[in-house]
Write a new protein. Structure first.
Length: 79
């Protein structure tokens, strides 16, 4: 999953760092640091961060795609 934060928009509210701390971190004077190649396992956290950002500064590619390297159990095994 690829993500980009529009740092011109970002106001440093740190909602993202609170909701997805493995992907976004606040770094004192430098402001927001983030992992642009977040693991698919972080998808839910990232989705929450995207929704919570007050200025919609977080753009994500592939958020709707099934997690590529996080194998998921099928919910039902009907025939
Ligand atoms: S929630 Fe949005 S405005 Fe706040 S630090 Fe994250 S990207 Fe920036």
């Amino acid at each position: 999953m690829r993500l980009v934060v529009d740092l011109n928009r970002c106001q440093g509210y740190a909602q993202c760092a609170f909701l997805a701390p493995d992907v976004f971190t606040m770094h004192g004077d430098e402001g927001l640091l983030y992992n642009p190649q977040a693991d698919a396992a972080q998808k839910e956290h990232v989705a929450r961060a995207v929704a919570a950002c007050p200025v919609q500064a977080i753009l994500v590619e592939g958020l709707d795609e099934p997690a590529a390297h996080a194998p998921r159990e099928e919910a039902s095994h009907g025939r």
